[in-house]
Design a protein around this ligand. Structure first.
Ligand SMILES: NC(=O)C1=CN([C@@H]2O[C@H](COP(=O)(O)OP(=O)(O)OC[C@H]3O[C@@H](n4cnc5c(N)ncnc54)[C@H](OP(=O)(O)O)[C@@H]3O)[C@@H](O)[C@H]2O)C=CC1
Ligand SMILES: O=C1CO[C@H](CO)[C@@H](O)[C@@H]1O
Length: 402
């Protein structure tokens, strides 16, 4: 039975992110004391059999293959958009028009045009709050790096260096929606680059003003077409059930991209995002160097933050590794989980973000900004500047990208 403190949730999409978010809805109220608790009301996807099994496993009360039915449900207060990028606009806007809060996966949209109409819809729906699942903001080490910047520990920032390197995009991986421009918008740029653009803006508390020297490359031009049978098994691990000689289709997105950028505060930055970094699985890494200190974060050691204090006397200087697992020492979120030293994993970022989302919906303060549509639109503009810079082989000022 619904309680007044319940937040009815409709989840759109039930695969990778559908699971990550379901895990968050299941666990958030067990680890955080919240002003309202999510109720897993209705899950929507295309395949009814898969969907029923998913709902049973994760505890969703109802299912539908019609996402509009889920969005319109009067008991739903929050619509969670966990579908491919080309659906984010229609689904988010329908939810906002129905008076629901929206938590949409990243990137905000496949295209800047879609992102713009989403932003306009969010502005019109004054009573509704919007959130974008840039989950790395809620990794304790990343949130702690921002705290250090806010406390002036780095001083003036000179360098921002970001890479997001994965290797699942080899020729064996079929033409998933992630390789189709009309569904994904872009490839490595929107999939991986969006995360590090967002994280760099978040940690530095600064905005990118110019993108230069972008290169985007589609190394693998054709991939096996995913037929209906294979699509159920095909995944980021590659393969799935293949025909002997599969029909091939054109990949219309970048496999990799690199660019440089300038921040308003004067820092210069390098970015690299790739699905073809052989040997790298989730190589999300950010390094920031300032006048007074520097930080380095790497997802492979996500419970640690490397720190260099440039204000110490010369003989005492050196990189140190902070074990970011001590809530009582001010490390964000971890106090809600395990005793010191019993770190967190990938999935906890989503739970931490959901806790802050529930607080924000209830009008409570959160310790660091959760990206809303306006915030994620800034990241989308940077992505567009990258596309324009690569296309015209030129520098692009963000003021030229609206
Ligand atoms: N924050 C993060 O770290 C991550 C974010 N993402 C983002 O999450 C979103 C979803 O990605 P992910 O969960 O990996 O995607 P999946 O391909 O794993 O799942 C997509 C889901 O959307 C449903 N769907 C509805 N309509 C369509 C359609 N036309 N084409 C394809 N699927 C459809 C699918 O239904 P059915 O099950 O019936 O096929 C499926 O449940 C993307 O925006 C992506 O960028 C993804 C991974 C990590
Ligand atoms: O955000 C993301 C991070 O990694 C995934 C793959 O492992 C991406 O495809 C995804 O969209």
């Amino acid at each position: 039975m619904a309680r007044s403190s319940d937040l009815g949730v409709a989840l759109l999409g039930s695969k990778f992110m559908g699971k990550a978010h379901s895990n968050a809805y299941l666990n958030v109220a067990k680890f955080f004391s919240l002003p309202l608790n999510p109720r897993m009301l209705i899950a929507a996807a295309r395949d009814p059999k898969d969907l029923r099994a998913f709902a049973k496993r994760w505890g969703w009360e109802r299912t539908t293959t019609d996402w509009r039915e889920a969005v319109a449900d009067p008991e739903v207060g929050l619509v969670d958009v966990s579908t491919p990028n080309h659906l984010h606009a229609d689904q988010s806007i329908a939810a906002l028009e129905a008076g629901k809060h929206v938590a949409c996966e990243k990137p905000l949209a496949g295209t800047l045009d879609d992102a713009r109409v989403m932003l306009e819809a969010a502005r019109k729906a004054r009573k509704c709050k919007t959130f974008v699942w840039f989950n790395y903001r809620r990794v304790p080490a990343v949130a702690f790096a921002r705290h250090l910047v806010e406390r002036g520990k780095l001083g003036r920032i000179y360098h921002v260096r970001c890479v997001y390197k994965q290797d699942w995009g080899g020729p064996e991986t079929p033409l998933l929606w992630r390789f189709r421009g009309k569904d994904a918008g872009s490839g490595a740029l929107g999939d991986l680059g969006a995360h590090i653009i967002d994280a760099s803006r978040f940690i530095t508390c600064d905005e990118i003003t110019e993108v230069t020297g972008a290169m985007m490359e589609t190394f693998i031009k054709e991939r096996a077409i995913v037929d209906d049978v294979a699509s159920k098994a095909a995944s980021l691990k590659g393969g799935g059930k293949r025909k002997r000689k599969p029909k091939m289709g054109r990949s219309t997105v970048d496999d990799a991209c690199v660019f440089t950028a300038r921040f308003k505060g004067g820092a210069i930055a390098t970015f690299e995002a790739t699905r073809l970094s052989t040997g790298d699985k989730n190589g999300n890494r950010i390094e920031i160097h300032g006048e007074k200190g520097a930080v380095r974060f790497g997802f492979n050691r996500m419970n640690e933050l490397e720190w260099y204090d440039n204000t110490l006397e010369a003989g005492l200087q050196g990189w140190s590794t902070i074990d970011v697992t001590d809530g009582s020492a001010g490390h964000p979120y971890v106090g809600n989980w395990w005793p010191v030293g019993h770190g967190l994993g990938y999935e906890h970022g989503f739970v931490n973000q959901l806790a802050d989302t529930c607080r924000a919906i209830a009008g409570k303060k959160v310790s660091a900004p959760i990206p809303d549509f306006a915030d994620a639109y800034m990241t989308q503009r940077v992505m567009e500047a990258v596309v324009l810079s690569a296309k015209h082989r030129s520098a692009v000022k963000l003021s030229e990208v609206k």
